[in-house]
Design a protein around this ligand. Structure first.
Ligand SMILES: [Zn+2]
Length: 253
């Protein structure tokens, strides 16, 4: 069981389906890393344009509202950059086209760590079925990270945009239950996580705060921390190789 209490990447990117997914999931971790000096980027596959159930609401208006909320949430957590790919909310698919768009973002930002959802998660507790967009975003993200982003001759047309291959060092997968192997303490950023979540005014109300604390405390149970976010961590590059190459894979075997 790894406790990555002290590990801070130089840069991190989160790839998700909707505005608020990062805040419900991994914003405490990203805020912690941003606070320690990491560059942080959010990539949103959709802009949540069917996610506001108010009479008279249009997709265009909802997109505008939710992108503004997401930008505010990113600012609260210290993320410097938010990218919206504007795929259709509710209809997201892990196409090759989406994979290429994500490869472009990875090669551009060159993150040390990428945080993604669990593409295999369908059932989540007994009161929720995981949203198909979450699965699609997670699958597209995983397939973009490895091996695509690191293969110079795959999507080689991106070189015309000045983008060369990049292999992230680690992937943090947001998993539940027995698959968890890493707990990140968010003791110092739980309030930031809540504030970021509350930036999504069209989605949540103040009463979410105690529940977020309950969930994070439940996750941290038995660990040397009060609040946690949990992951399965896949290390694609050894410490030694990372120091040597920093994700630059061109010319390597
Ligand atoms: Zn979502």
């Amino acid at each position: 069981m790894t406790h990555s209490k002290s590990y801070t990447p130089e840069s991190a990117m989160a790839i998700v389906a909707h505005p608020d997914d990062i805040e419900f999931g991994c914003a405490g971790t990203l805020a912690r890393w941003a606070k320690a000096g990491a560059r942080v980027s959010y990539v949103l596959c959709t802009s949540g344009d069917v996610g506001i159930r108010v009479e008279g609401m249009t997709k265009e208006k909802a997109m505008e509202i939710r992108e503004a909320e997401q930008r505010a949430a990113a600012e609260v957590a210290g993320a410097k950059e938010v990218v919206f790919l504007r795929e259709p909310d509710g209809l997201l698919q892990a196409t090759l086209e989406l994979r290429k768009k994500l490869v472009r973002e990875i090669r551009r930002f060159r993150p040390e760590v990428v945080i993604v959802g669990d593409p295999t998660m369908v059932w989540a507790g007994d009161r929720y079925i995981n949203h198909p967009d979450h699965r699609a975003a997670a699958l597209a993200a995983v397939d973009a990270i490895f091996p695509a982003a690191g293969q110079p001759n795959l999507f080689e047309e991106l070189a015309a945009e000045g983008l060369t291959a990049h292999k992230p060092r680690k992937v943090y997968v947001e998993v539940w239950g027995n698959s968890v192997d890493t707990y990140v303490s968010i003791d110092e950023t739980i309030e930031v996580k809540i504030a970021a979540l509350l930036a999504h005014q069209s989605q949540v109300k103040e009463d979410i705060a105690p529940r977020v604390k309950e969930w994070a405390a439940e996750t941290a149970k038995g660990k040397e921390m009060q609040y946690a976010e949990a992951y399965r961590v896949v290390t694609l590059e050894s410490d030694e190789d990372w120091e040597k190459w920093k994700g630059v894979v061109a010319g390597r075997q």
